[in-house]
Ligand binder design. Structure first.
Ligand SMILES: [Zn+2]
Length: 165
């Protein structure tokens, strides 16, 4: 998906997940970190929003590992969590970045190209609802955000949080 879609989905994912994790939903710093996490996986694409800002690193990652490789895998999520723990990141920081990162993977999963979630294995997972940059992409994002908004508006998040305890 496009960067703007990842920003919206990352923010929505944070707003949905924070109450479940008993974290401050409207914390501006956490929301910003979730959005940053939602953009981070595309560091493997030199033409992406984050890739253009991280050259030559993005060019190197693209050349060695390819786009939607390791940065779009469960291994990357685990690596991010371990790295943040080793760095002594606060729980709010780590959770916000991880939720944003996961939202990116979930959004890219909705494209025909899919993800190699078990990288380095070659199997690709996809729920192909829209092509990246197609007219359908904003409609899918709108449906996701609308669903999350409806869920939050009707108080399902607190009820689910109570059920998870
Ligand atoms: Zn991506």
């Amino acid at each position: 998906m496009m960067a703007r879609s990842h920003v919206v989905v990352g923010a929505a994912a944070w707003l949905a997940a924070a109450p479940l994790l008993h974290l401050p939903q409207l914390d501006a710093g956490a929301l910003t970190l979730a959005v940053a996490g939602a953009l981070l996986p595309d560091v493997d694409h030199p033409q992406s929003w984050v890739g253009r800002r991280t050259r030559p690193l993005s060019t190197l990652i693209a050349a060695v590992l390819g786009h939607r490789g390791v940065t779009h895998s469960a291994l990357a999520v685990a690596g991010l969590v371990v790295l943040l723990a080793q760095a002594g990141a606060r729980r709010l920081t780590a959770d916000a970045l991880a939720i944003g990162y996961l939202s990116h993977l979930a959004a890219d999963l909705l494209t025909p190209r899919g993800l190699r979630l078990a990288w380095p294995l070659r199997r690709v997972w996809a729920v192909p609802l829209c092509r990246t940059g197609s007219p359908a992409e904003p409609l899918i994002v709108l449906a996701l955000v609308g669903g999350i908004g409806w869920w939050l508006w009707h108080g399902s998040a607190p009820a689910l949080a109570r059920w998870l305890r």
